[in-house]
Design a protein around this ligand. Structure first.
Ligand code: HEC
Ligand SMILES: [Cu+2]
Length: 323
């Protein structure tokens, strides 16, 4: 039988998704490796048991019944259908629980709060000098354990950065804890894994794993107010304030201190906009501002389709200067 073309296309398309950035087989985190250690024995055990059951089934079909069969049958049901599954399931449960405990009990060097919002991520780093606000990108130091405090401001979301570790629900009024210990530098993908409304599929983030020194420098830079070169762009800044952007967005060092949307103080230091949707670029910022609701249907930011081109230039330049 020939397989229809669209099935092949679906299979190839599915494989194309295995880019490693979202794969727990990438081995980018100590916690992901614990899950991997659990996965292979589960898989091999499941295949072995399935094969044995199939072999017994085929034998049972082919054999002619004999007088002693009933006694043997009872023994198979007792041992194969009762005792063995009980032992296997108990063993799986115990190893699963031990893995869960191993994942949750590492002492952490850093605490990061992640608040899920429809449909983006508020990220707050705890430092000795206070809190550092960011969004949609989580930076972590290599080889150190970070405690993530996960919560939500509206509905239930779920935090998942597969390359680094497990998946955990983010529930309003509750703080769930997860630790991540990255063991490979790089940019890894993350996403919301619990349906949370219209733009759920566009609710992504990036985890950037950095060498500890580079991370420390980045965190200091992130804690600073906006770059002086941006603050000198008077026209762009005043448009940002007058167009109402400031009611929803914070740019530290200016009067903009809205909390409805992502902190934009260091927007241009991030790789993407719209919670992972578009690469950061001049053209994409324009598109985002003038066609917000087309680019991300359901988004909690109004579109500005009628903004005069000159004003759009000024605001975009201002945003691109927020390094
Ligand atoms: C009513 C509140 C509101 C107003 C007004 C508003 N925004 Fe937003 N903005 C948001 C929200 C909410 C998001 C997050 C959207 C998402 O990704 O789902 C956002 C996202 C953004 C982003 C992407 C940030 C990131 O890290 O992904 C940029 C850039 C941005 N807004 C710029 C502007 C500009 C410029 C204006 C004014 C012309 C403006 N916004 C007006 C609420 C607002
Ligand atoms: Cu979601």
């Amino acid at each position: 039988m020939r397989m229809p073309k669209h099935i092949w296309l679906a299979l190839v398309g599915g494989l194309a998704g295995c880019d490693g950035r979202h794969s727990w087989l990438a081995g980018a985190g100590a916690e992901a490796r614990l899950i991997e250690d659990l996965f292979w024995p589960f898989l091999i055990g499941a295949v072995a048991i399935w094969t044995a059951v199939m072999v017994f089934a085929v034998i049972a079909f082919r054999r002619r019944p004999k007088g002693s069969d009933e006694r043997i049958g009872r023994a198979i049901i007792l041992w194969g259908g009762g005792v063995l599954p009980a032992v296997v399931v108990a063993a799986l449960l115990i190893t699963g629980l031990l893995t869960l405990r191993a994942m949750a009990s590492r002492p952490s060097a850093l605490t990061v709060h992640v608040d899920a919002e429809q449909w983006w991520w508020r990220v707050i780093y705890e430092t000795p000098d206070g809190k550092v606000f960011s969004a949609n990108e989580i930076r972590l130091p290599l080889g150190k354990t970070t405690l993530l405090m996960l919560t939500s401001d509206d509905v239930i979301h779920s935090f998942w950065a597969p390359a680094l570790g497990g998946k955990l629900d983010m529930i309003p009024g509750r703080t769930n804890r997860m630790t991540l210990t990255p063991v490979r530098t790089g940019r890894w993908g993350g996403l919301c894994a619990e349906f949370c409304g219209a733009a759920h599929a566009q609710m992504r983030f990036e985890v950037v794993v950095m060498e500890p020194d580079a991370f420390r420098d980045w965190l200091v830079a992130e804690s600073e107010p906006a770059a002086p070169s941006a603050l000198r762009m008077e026209r762009g800044l005043s448009l940002f304030l007058d167009e109402g952007c400031a009611a929803c967005h914070t740019v530290r060092g200016t009067q903009a201190n809205g909390r409805v949307g992502p902190d934009l103080t260091h927007l241009a230091a991030r790789g993407r906009i719209g919670a992972g949707l578009l690469a950061l670029s001049d053209a994409n910022l324009r598109r985002w501002i003038t066609h917000t609701t087309d680019v991300k249907p359901g988004v909690r930011m109004p579109s500005y389709p009628a903004m005069p081109p000159d004003d759009l230039d000024q605001i975009t330049q201002f945003l691109m200067a927020l390094e």
